[in-house]
Design a protein around this ligand. Structure first.
Ligand code: 5AD
Ligand code: SF4
Length: 476
């Protein structure tokens, strides 16, 4: 048996779930005939883009089982939380929300409550749910997401909590139903899992080892999306730069990007996330040359001090990171750069933190995702001692935010008077008369325009900028 066969779920297992989907659908159709009311489901997603993509699959399955979607708890026959455990506050929110449903469940005992995703891959969390949140009907992890129909069917009949968690390295599951959120841009997972074990991070424990989807399947999915009218594709993986290492015919991420760039009709290609230790010169060249590949790179550096980077097990130095940025800018002078930063990793001193600020000043990122370190159970950093107090960490965090806000505004100001290509995504959240979209560099642009422009590439002249967005008018 090859190593791939072990990680690909056999077609029969997916077929079995399809049969369950049909059975649940029949039950729900009967209910509809009797009550004249469609069943509705509410799915709440926490965390990263990978979770958003998983939710699209959960919704795809729900839709095939006859559910409509709602945002109102009171209306829902089924509430599902797709959880994240990267930081403690994400977990606390889930516990808070699930706890608050107890009352509603008493009022509506037939409403089903489920929790799935990364949090559920942790034994201590599942134990906590079992003992303190008895009103929860379904619990399943990231590795058994494809078995959601089976879990749901059981939960419809049983009074106990149905639990389906696999403690393994995870699989690749193809051909799951999908209900995509938008019609203009789509996410495509190219690989799952992570092998890096950064010392603060829980992801490798809950998402399993790296496994890549086959390139022909990825390309076919993208062709299909283009034929449905999608213009922008974001390739997803915890560390896309190690794509392909596990394939029977190994290839690398740069090769895949070349293939995606060659798909007719794809207007914009993005990807996330990249690890600085794995990003290659070949990829930077492919990005520079691929005309559909956006001039944008999300390259998390996490911390500026080499001591902290070592303790984080990141396997690069501040100097190497800055060298990568130099190369990326050489290949793409207008590239937009973003990064993730953790403030207050155990052992980080104020001098170490100055190194983080120094990178931010030198690179001048377009925007940043900043986090205060949150200890995660079972990770190597969990029991390391702090040098800084909570207040000192908070003060450093604030300094970082202020510095970045200044830089973001300055970078946006450079767009004033320029004409940029905007892919129009929809109407603006704050003003329904305005359209909203993004530049190739990922900047949000709002402008007055016709609804027919949604899904089109429109040239917009920028007339006003803020820290997080810009305003303009249709050019010519
Ligand atoms: N505490 C704080 N931030 C974390 N991240 C990952 N683990 C932790 C943690 N324990 C951040 C990293 C990563 C992003 C997705 O979340 O910056 O790149
Ligand atoms: Fe976590 Fe590091 Fe893997 Fe990113 S590369 S998911 S930070 S272990």
């Amino acid at each position: 048996m090859s190593k791939r066969e072990k990680i690909e779920i056999p077609v029969e297992a997916i077929k079995e779930q399809q049969e369950i989907i049909s059975r649940v659908r029949q039950r729900n159709d009967l209910d509809l005939q009797r009550s004249g009311r469609h069943k509705s489901a509410m799915v709440v997603t926490y965390g990263c883009q990978q979770n958003e993509n998983d939710t699209e699959h959960l919704k795809g399955m729900l839709k095939e089982m006859g559910y409509l979607f709602t945002e109102e708890k009171e209306e829902a026959d089924l509430i599902l939380y797709n959880t994240c455990c990267v930081r403690e506050n994400a977990e606390l929110k889930v516990f808070g929300n699930v706890g608050a449903l107890k009352h509603l469940k008493t009022k509506k005992p037939h409403m089903l409550i489920g929790i799935c995703g990364c949090m559920m891959q942790q034994e201590h969390i599942v134990k906590q749910i079992k003992s303190k949140y008895k009103h929860v009907d379904m619990v399943f992890g990231t590795h058994t997401l494809y078995k959601f129909p089976e879990v749901l069917e059981k939960a419809m009949d049983e009074a106990y909590t149905v639990i389906d968690i696999l403690d393994n390295d995870g699989y690749i599951v193809e051909d799951l139903p999908i209900h995509r959120e938008g019609r203009v841009k789509a996410w495509v997972s190219i690989m799952y899992g992570c092998n890096n074990f950064c010392s603060y991070c829980i992801v490798p424990y809950v998402r399993g080892r790296e496994r890549s989807r086959k390139p022909d399947i990825i390309i076919e999915e993208i062709r299909q999306l283009v034929s449905e009218g999608y213009k922008e594709i974001t390739l997803l993986g915890q560390n896309v730069n190690s794509y392909g290492k596990d394939l029977d015919t190994p290839m690398d991420f740069a090769d895949l990007m070349e293939q995606v760039n060659a798909v007719q009709g794809v207007k914009r290609i993005r990807f996330m996330t990249s690890h600085p230790k794995d990003i290659s010169d070949k990829l930077i060249n492919v990005m520079g040359e691929g005309e559909n590949i956006c001039e944008q790179l999300h390259l998390p550096f996490q911390a500026g001090s080499n001591n902290v980077l070592k303790a984080m097990n990141r396997k690069y130095t501040k100097e190497r990171y800055l060298e990568l940025i130099r190369k990326a800018r050489e290949a793409m002078p207008d590239i937009a750069l973003t990064s993730d930063i953790i403030v207050g990793f155990p052992g980080e001193t104020n001098e170490d933190f100055e190194q983080t600020l120094d990178i931010v000043r030198q690179v001048e990122f377009d925007s940043l995702f900043t986090f205060i370190y949150s200890p995660r159970k079972g990770t190597p950093a969990e029991n390391l001692d702090d040098v800084l107090t909570k207040e000192e960490k908070q003060a450093n965090f604030q300094r970082l935010l202020e510095l970045q806000n200044e830089i973001s505004l300055k970078k946006n100001k450079a767009y004033l008077g320029k004409t940029v290509e905007v892919l129009v995504e929809g109407t603006s959240k704050n003003n329904s008369e305005m359209l909203t979209g993004r530049t190739r560099t990922g900047k949000i642009v709002n402008f007055a325009g016709d609804q027919a422009m949604i899904g089109e590439l429109i040239n917009v002249e920028i007339s006003d900028v803020q820290t997080w967005s810009m305003v303009g008018s249709v050019h010519g």
